[in-house]
Design a binder for this molecule. Sequence first.
Ligand SMILES: O=c1[nH]c(=O)c2ncn([C@@H]3O[C@H](COP(=O)(O)OP(=O)(O)OP(=O)(O)O)[C@@H](O)[C@H]3O)c2[nH]1
Length: 186
Amino acid sequence: MKLQFATQNEGKLAEAKRVLSRFGIEVIGLSVDLWEPTSGEIQTVTMEKLRQIRRMGYDRVMVDDAGIFFAAYNHFPGVLTKRVFDRIGYRGVRKLLEGEDRTAWFEGCIAVSWDGETRLFAARTPGRILDPIPDGIRPEPGLPFNPIFIPDGETRVLGAMTPEEQMKYSYRSRALEQMAEWLLSR
Ligand SMILES: O=c1[nH]c(=O)c2ncn([C@@H]3O[C@H](COP(=O)(O)OP(=O)(O)OP(=O)(O)O)[C@@H](O)[C@H]3O)c2[nH]1
C-alpha cells in the first residue's frame, strides 16, 4: 500500500516512513506549499491543509499539523510554532521561559484522504522544556524541540532517545498507528 504525505518537514516524513513501514505502508513525500491559518486549533489547520491538497486533485494522501504549547503562555505558540521558532530560535525560547512554569506539550493531528473518504487522528504528548540542550544532542531537521523536551515519566529529552524509544512518547507515532489501523481495516 502506498500513501503520499504532503509535507515539507523532513523530520515528520522520516518518522512517518519509520512508523508506517511496520504496517507495510510505503510513504511517498510530496513537497507542496500549503497555506496555514495562523489562529485556531491544530485540528482546524490540519483539515484546511487536507482540503487544499484534495482540491489540487490528490487522493491517498495525508497531511500533518503539529505544535508545541507552553503552559506559561496560555497555550502559545501552538499553531504558530514554526513561525515563532524560525524567528526566535533556542535563545528566544530560553528567554520566554526564564523563571516561568516549564510545563509544555506537543499536540498533533493527521488527516488522510483515501479513495475520497477522510479521517482525522489527533494525539498529545505532555512534558516539560529543559534548558539548555544537553551536550552532544543535535536537532533533527524540522523537529527543533526534541532536544529540549522531556516527556512525562522520563528523565531524558526526546532527542537523546533512539527512534524506537521516541515512538513510545511520540504523539505523531500514536496518530500514525491509529491511521494505519484504520487504513488496513477498510
Ligand atoms: O521537536 C519537534 N518535534 C516534533 O515532533 C514536532 N512536531 C512539530 N514540531 C514543531 O512544530 C512545527 C509545526 O509546524 P507545522 O505542523 O506547520 O509543520 P511544518 O511547517 O514544519 O511542515 P508541513 O506543514 O510542511 O508538514 C514544526 O515546524 C516544528 O517546529 C515539532 N518539533
